[in-house]
Design a binder for this molecule. Structure first.
Ligand SMILES: Nc1ncnc2c1ncn2[C@@H]1O[C@H](COP(=O)(O)OP(=O)(O)OP(=O)(O)O)[C@@H](O)[C@H]1O
Length: 217
């Protein structure tokens, strides 16, 4: 369960990106986050992942207040979270396989089991057979799939995706959303942000709409 309790976030300079938000996302739910550019979608996802701290209020993961956690325990919490952010952070000096393997290396995963996981993740996102390629040779959509494989390779229970369909044509965007749906079907809690609400309409899921840092109808 993810809980926001009267959360506000001001960035230096006094700009309020998120204003007094309270909501809950139960385990296993798929939720969309809609809103104009600058509405606060990325900020909300960063607060959820513990990357940003609230200026006031509390963000709780399974009852634990992220802001109160020690620096040492935050990485353990993050292991339950898969992140797909707008700045891909793909490493172009490594091949596709090594990019996806990265989170497992950080955790210190067993080599053989790690290899199996990476190949399974690449297969899941439709990149089987491309593991030895340099990511630069992948299309934009394939690079997005690479990021998704990297986000799910450690089998997180929560997946946070910031505009994963940005810059993709609508057919490809639907393919990506279908991929998220398949993770949702195996019990992963998922939040997906997008400014194009028409993409979300077909999925019949809860849509949180942000406008200038607050929820709107
Ligand atoms: N690190 C930061 N420092 C200062 N201001 C920031 C920072 N990050 C975001 N902001 C500001 O907070 C507001 C919300 O930004 P945020 O990135 O959360 O919105 P968004 O809805 O994700 O927008 P977009 O769809 O364009 O990515 C914006 O006005 C932005 O300029």
């Amino acid at each position: 369960m993810i809980q926001f309790q009267q959360v506000s976030k001001s960035y230096p300079g006094g700009f309020d990106a998120i204003r007094n938000l309270s909501f809950e996302v139960p385990d296993g739910e798929l939720v969309f986050l809609a809103g104009h550019s600058g509405a606060g979608k990325s900020t909300l996802l960063k607060l959820m992942a513990g990357i940003e701290k609230p200026s006031s209020g509390a963000v709780l993961l399974n009852g634990q207040n992220l802001a109160r956690m020690s620096r040492a325990s935050l990485p353990f919490v993050r292991r339950h979270i898969g992140l797909i952010f707008q700045d891909h952070k793909i490493l172009y000096d490594r091949n596709v396989f090594d990019n996806v393997r990265l989170p497992l290396d950080i955790i210190g995963f067993d080599h053989a089991e790690g290899r199996r996981r990476v190949l399974a993740a690449l297969d899941k996102v439709g990149l089987a057979g491309k593991e030895k390629l340099n990511p630069i040779s992948l299309s934009g959509g394939e690079q997005q799939r690479l990021c998704i494989a990297r986000a799910v390779v450690h089998r997180p229970s929560i997946l946070l995706a910031d505009e994963p369909t940005a810059n993709l044509d609508s057919d490809y965007a639907h393919d990506i959303l279908e991929l998220f749906k398949s993770f949702h079907q195996v019990g992963v809690t998922i939040l997906i942000s997008a400014h194009d609400e028409s993409l979300m309409a077909d999925y019949g899921r809860r849509i949180l709409r942000l406008k200038h840092g607050q929820f709107c109808a």
